[in-house]
Design a protein around this ligand. Structure first.
Ligand code: SF4
Length: 169
């Protein structure tokens, strides 16, 4: 194994005793976590290296009942890795992210996930104060890339782990 990306979502959104992801992968394994980067350049470097890891762990902004995985990204590194690059992808998502259909998933992403994520990141696009998307052109726009995963060309590359509960956004 050459690399593992440990997304901070796991600890941030699922801090229960029952859900523990070990970071002890052994000396031959490298864990990449952009949250640990001390500079913007270092963070960008980790994002680029993460695209060639063996395992990638991420959350998701919405999942439709018919199985479409919907995400938005500011810089696009996450949706890129979910789509292609890492050998295996594990998506951990809680049941509050499940929507009736694709339209509702996109609405959730834009009107719920984006404002909360923007606020968390210290950005201030209009949706932060309006609590809904107004399709802005703000320089602080957090939804530059919208990704809809409808299938996978490589069987079993993506594993979806659904956690019962209301975690994250
Ligand atoms: S387009 Fe602008 S207002 Fe809409 S979700 Fe994205 S950042 Fe927020």
């Amino acid at each position: 194994m050459e690399g593992v990306l440990l997304r901070p979502y796991v600890k941030r959104f699922f801090p229960t005793k029952d859900f523990v992801l070990s970071t002890n992968f052994g000396k031959n394994h490298i864990v990449l976590d952009k949250e640990l980067a001390s500079t913007k350049e270092a963070c960008n470097d980790i994002k680029r290296k993460a695209l060639l890891t063996d395992f990638y762990i991420s959350g998701s902004n919405a999942i439709s009942e018919d199985g479409k995985i919907v995400n938005v990204d500011h810089s696009g590194n996450r949706v890129a890795a979910l789509t292609f690059g890492p050998e295996k992808v594990f998506i951990v998502v809680s049941t509050n992210k499940i929507t009736e259909n694709l339209d509702e998933a996109i609405k959730r992403v834009k009107n719920t996930a984006c404002p909360l994520n923007a606020k968390r990141a210290g950005f201030n696009p209009p949706c932060v104060t309006l609590n809904k998307c107004v399709d802005c052109l703000s320089k602080k726009r957090v939804c530059n890339t919208l990704s809809i995963i409808e299938g996978q060309s490589k069987p079993n590359r993506i594993t979806l782990l659904i956690v019962d509960g209301n975690f994250g956004f």
